[in-house]
Design a protein around this ligand. Sequence first.
Ligand code: UD1
Length: 427
Amino acid sequence: MEEKIEVHGPTAVNGRLPVFGAKNSVLKLMAAALLAPGRSTITNVPEIHDVTVMAELLRRLGCDVTYRAAEHEVAIDVPEVLGHQADYDLVRAMRASISVLGPLMARCHRAEVALPGGDAIGTRGLDMHRAGLEAMGAQLGIERGFLRAEVVGGLTGATYRLGYPSVGATENLMTAATTASGVTVLENVAREPEIVDIGEMLRAMGAQIEGLGSTTLTITGVPRLHPVTHRTVPDRIVAGTWAFAAGVTGGRVEIEGAQPEHMGVVLDKLRASGCEIDTSGGRFVVQGPPRPRAINVSTLPYPGFPTDLQPFVVALNAVAEGSGIVTENVFEARWGFTAELERLGARVHLDGHHARVDGVPARELSGAPVEAMDIRAGAALVIAGMAAEGITEVSGIGHIDRGYEHFVEHLAGAGVRVQRRMAGSQA
Ligand code: UD1
């Protein structure tokens, strides 16, 4: 029987909501642990399904992994001799499996990673991962559905300019370069806080990396790295999710454990929509307006507005005063959920990578069964359901569990009328 999330709207969020380490950092921190034999420990780990998938992948590569979910900690014992293959079942379950490519090239000088194929938000190419490794001397090809990479005698430092600041390519090339011979210069790299976090872990392991947080990274290869204990950077996307929940429902949230300084443009846009935000004295409080104003947002690489928060902007505009234009510049196919939102009565007009959303008063939205297609779209549908009148039943909630720790429990703890329910069971 399929489990669903049931929201009884209208219902506002009012209370404290926690934020743990970033999904998009912790998975790569776990992969980076492969670079050094011995035990690395990662703390502030969120209790999410994707961490379980990455733990399984590392086990198949020969590591001993202990995930103490309730303690928010993962310990990874990395052997001297590693496997070098990431299988299709895991890569398909979690595309971030590709992040073992860089560490395996550094440690084993070879890697075989199953190709992920397309997913619900776009095709997601790997051309820059490949071209960067080729610049460092590797030979790459595709065989039996695997990307196979090999470099005889190890990688050599090189200068490579990314055609676009890809998060995944920056991470793979940065980790691969840590033990390459000579100096690697990576230009036009991504600058997300999660990349800085991974770079800081690598530096603590003994890597020589300059320029973290800027557009150019200079990495001087060292012979070997050593294991470390590292605390994961807080999840700015989860923090943004809680903030938008307040903005959409006119509620008030006190967000705990986040780093608002990583959320500049996001907070500017929330303020423009009418939210009051207090980040003084270590607090992070967001008070939503009685009815938000529509906002115009273009998604861009950091420090621009994150694509992972785009679905929440559409949800906010759906109940806002006025019309807002949302432009998706990062993932071409990230609009699938708007058809689900229309089932609640939202007015969305798509035109290529733009969406014009004409706001209606929240009482004109009515609850309906809808389907989550990816992590963020799923969470955004729950939040839209909070504003709508009546019951919204969200299916496909396995996506939400991939990236949000105890999503329903936390919202219910903050006063939201929401519950998980087996399809067909009584309240
Ligand atoms: C990561 C995040 C994801 C976030 C995204 C952008 C993880 C696990 N996922 O995804 O949540 O939405 O960053 O902030 O961290 N591209 C190419 N060729 C390449 C690499 C990328 O064409 O070699 C394209 C992709 O198809 C996509 C765009 O570049 O359209 C952005 O991709 P990228 O920044 O690499 O995102 P991910 O690392 O996949």
